[in-house]
Design a protein around this ligand. Structure first.
Ligand code: GDP
Length: 487
C-alpha cells in the first residue's frame, strides 16, 4: 500500500530504509552501517509502524538502562518479592543458549516479546559470547549487570521452582487474570527451551489469560534456544499489534535480525578479511551450508558431497563437469560468468571433493567455479569464544550470497538465509546415513525461520490442539521431515 515502503528503494542505504537509528558512533560498530555495501538491500515491506515502534523502544531502553535511577528502582523491587504497577520500567532478561544460530533466533524472538509487552530487554551474556555482537540500541547498553540479584540464569531449567510452569502446577501463583500485581512475585522465570513439552505448564506462556498475569510481573527471565515467534502469533492479545508491525508475516526475523544483530568490530574484521580476500572476484556468489547432525541424522562426507552436487546441478545452481575432458585447454570464461562458491561446514572433506571436482575437470558451460571454505572446526565446541566468532563470520558471509543452499532443520542455516532475505534450497537430512531421496533438495517456501517445538496446547480445554488450526498462516516447518508436526 501507499504507506508501506521497501528498504530496496535506495541501494547501499546505510540506515536500511530507516530500520537503523542514525544515532550511533560509527567506529564503535563498523558492521552496522557498512553492511549495506555487502548484503543486498531488502526487497521486503518494512512498515512505518515497526520503525516507529523501534524508535520508541530505543527511547525506553535508554531511560531504563542499567545505571539509571529507574533501573535501580526496578532492582529494589526484585528484592521486595512482589510486583507493582508503579514502575516505569519493566524488563525481560534474555539468556540465549546453544549454538550461535539458536542464540540469534532466541535473542531476536525475545526482543519481539519485549516490543509487544513494553518491556526493556537485557541480555545475560555467557563468557563465550563476549565481543561477539555490538550494542544494538543507541547511547546505552543491553548487558545485564554482573551484580544482578538473581544469579545463575544459565542453570535455570524446567524444574526451577521460580518458573511460571512450576508455580502454576503447584498452585503457588494467583493466575486469576484480575489478580493484583502485589499478589504476584516481582520476577518470574519462563522456560521455553526445546525440552518444554505440552504436558508441562510452561506452555501456558502462550495463552492469552496467562499473558495477562505475566504482564503484571516486573521482571521476566526468559530462557529459550528456539524461534518462539510463531508461538507469539498464536496469542490473540498480540495479533493486531503483530499485524501492524509485520504486514508481511514471514519477514519478522529478516527485519528484526537486521535491526538487532551486528557483528562486533573483531568479528567484522574477520568477515571483511575473508570476503575481500576470496569472495569479490565473480559476479555470482553461491553459499552452501553443509551441517552433519551427527547424533540423530549422521551422514558421511562422501554422501553429503554427492547430495550437494546433485542438488546444485539439478537446480542449475552450478554447472556440471565434463569428466572425459580433463586435458582441455583453459576455459575462456570471463569474471562476469564465473561463480564463487562459499562452502561452510565443520568438516573439510566435502569442500575438498567439491574443490577437486572443479579443479580436475572443465565445466560443461566453460564457467570457472572457485570454491572456498573459511574454516573447518571438525566439531561443535562449547565455551569457546573464537569458535563462536567463526560461526558468526560464516553465517554472515553466507548472508551476502546470491543463492543459498542450506541444510534442513539447521538454525545456522535459518539465520543466514533469513538475514539475506533469500529462500534457500534445503538439503534434506537423512536418518542413519540412508540414501537421500530424490530430489536431494527443494526450495523453501518462506524466508522465515521455523519453530521446531511449538506448543500444541489448547488454552481453553487444557488438551491438545494443532497450532495451525488457530492461526492459519502458521504452518509446519517445510524442512522438517522427522519431527512431530511443527509450525
Ligand atoms: P544448528 O545446530 O545447525 O541448528 O546451528 P547452531 O549454530 O545453533 O549450532 C551449531 C554450532 O556448531 C555452531 O554455532 C558452530 O559453533 C558449530 N558449527 C556447525 N556448523 C558449522 C559451520 O559450518 N561452520 C562453523 N564455523 N561452525 C559450525
Amino acid at each position: 500500500g501507499s504507506t508501506e515502503q521497501t528498504a530496496a528503494a535506495i541501494p547501499n542505504d546505510r540506515l536500511l530504509g530507516g530500520l537503523l537509528s542514525s544515532d550511533f558512533d560509527e567506529e564503535s560498530c563498523l558492521s552496522r552501517y557498512q553492511i549495506a555495501l555487502y548484503r543486498k538491500a531488502s526487497s521486503h515491506i518494512l512498515s512505518p509502524y515497526l520503525l516507529s515502534k523501534l524508535r520508541k523502544y530505543e527511547a525506553l531502553h535508554k531511560k531504563c538502562a542499567p545505571n539509571t535511577p529507574l533501573f535501580q528502582k526496578s532492582i529494589e523491587q526484585i528484592k521486595l518479592n512482589y510486583s507493582t504497577d508503579q514502575l516505569e520500567c519493566n524488563y525481560v532478561v534474555s539468556s540465549p543458549y546453544d549454538g550461535i544460530g539458536n542464540r540469534m533466533l532466541a535473542l531476536t524472538a525475545t526482543f519481539l516479546y519485549a516490543l509487544l509487552t513494553d518491556r526493556v530487554m537485557l541480555m545475560h551474556q555467557l563468557d563465550d559470547m563476549v565481543d561477539l555482537l555490538c550494542e544494538p540500541f543507541p547511547g546505552t547498553t543491553w548487558y545485564l549487570p554482573s551484580d544482578f540479584p538473581i544469579q545463575g540464569l544459565e542453570w535455570h531449567n524446567k524444574h526451577s521452582q521460580n518458573s511460571y510452569g512450576y508455580l502454576v502446577e503447584k498452585n503457588l501463583i494467583n493466575i486469576d487474570p484480575k489478580a493484583s500485581p502485589s499478589s504476584l512475585p516481582s520476577s518470574i522465570y519462563v522456560h521455553l527451551m526445546n525440552d518444554m513439552q505440552d504436558d508441562h505448564l510452561h506452555v501456558r506462556f502462550f495463552c492469552d489469560d496467562d499473558q495477562l498475569v505475566i504482564n503484571k510481573i516486573n521482571w521476566v527471565l526468559l530462557r529459550t534456544n528456539q524461534y518462539i515467534i510463531p508461538g507469539l502469533f498464536i496469542i490473540p492479545k498480540y495479533a493486531e499489534e503483530l499485524e501492524r508491525m509485520f504486514p508481511s508475516k514471514e519477514t519478522v526475523f529478516h527485519h528484526l535480525g537486521r535491526y538487532l544483530l551486528h557483528p562486533s568490530n573483531t568479528v567484522w574484521g574477520m568477515i571483511m578479511r575473508y570476503h575481500n580476500s576470496y569472495l569479490t572476484k565473480s559476479k555470482e556468489r553461491i553459499g552452501i551450508q553443509v551441517r552433519n547432525f551427527s547424533y540423530w541424522a549422521p551422514i558421511s562426507a562422501k554422501k553429503a558431497y554427492e547430495q550437494v552436487v546433485r542438488c546444485t546441478q539439478q537446480q542449475l545452481i552450478l554447472p556440471g563437469v565434463n569428466l572425459n575432458q580433463s586435458q582441455t585447454s583453459p576455459s575462456t570464461s570471463t569474471e562476469a560468468t564465473a561463480k564463487t562458491v562459499l562452502l561452510v561446514s565443520l568438516s573439510r572433506e566435502v569442500y575438498e571433493r567439491l574443490y577437486n571436482l572443479y579443479f580436475e575437470h572443465p565445466t560443461t558451460t566453460g564457467q570457472m567455479i572457485s570454491v572456498y571454505q573459511p574454516s573447518h572446526e571438525e566439531k561443535q565446541k562449547f565455551q569457546n569464544k573464537f569458535h563462536n566468532y567463526k560461526a558468526m563470520v560464516e553465517i554472515w558471509l553466507l548472508s551476502f550470497s546470491d543463492v543459498l543452499v542450506t541444510t534442513a532443520i539447521s538454525t545456522f542455516g535459518y539465520v543466514s538465509y533469513s538475514l539475506a532475505g533469500i529462500k534457500p534450497w534445503y538439503l534434506q537430512t537423512a536418518i542413519m546415513d540412508q540414501n537421500i531421496t530424490n530430489p536431494s533438495c527443494r526450495r523453501a517456501l518462506s524466508i522465515e525461520p521455523c519453530y521446531h517445538t511449538p506448543p500444541h496446547f489448547n488454552c481453553k480445554t487444557g488438551g491438545n490442539v494443532d497450532p495451525r488450526s488457530i492461526v492459519h498462516h502458521v504452518r509446519q516447518c517445510d524442512d522438517d521431515y522427522y519431527h512431530e508436526p511443527a509450525i
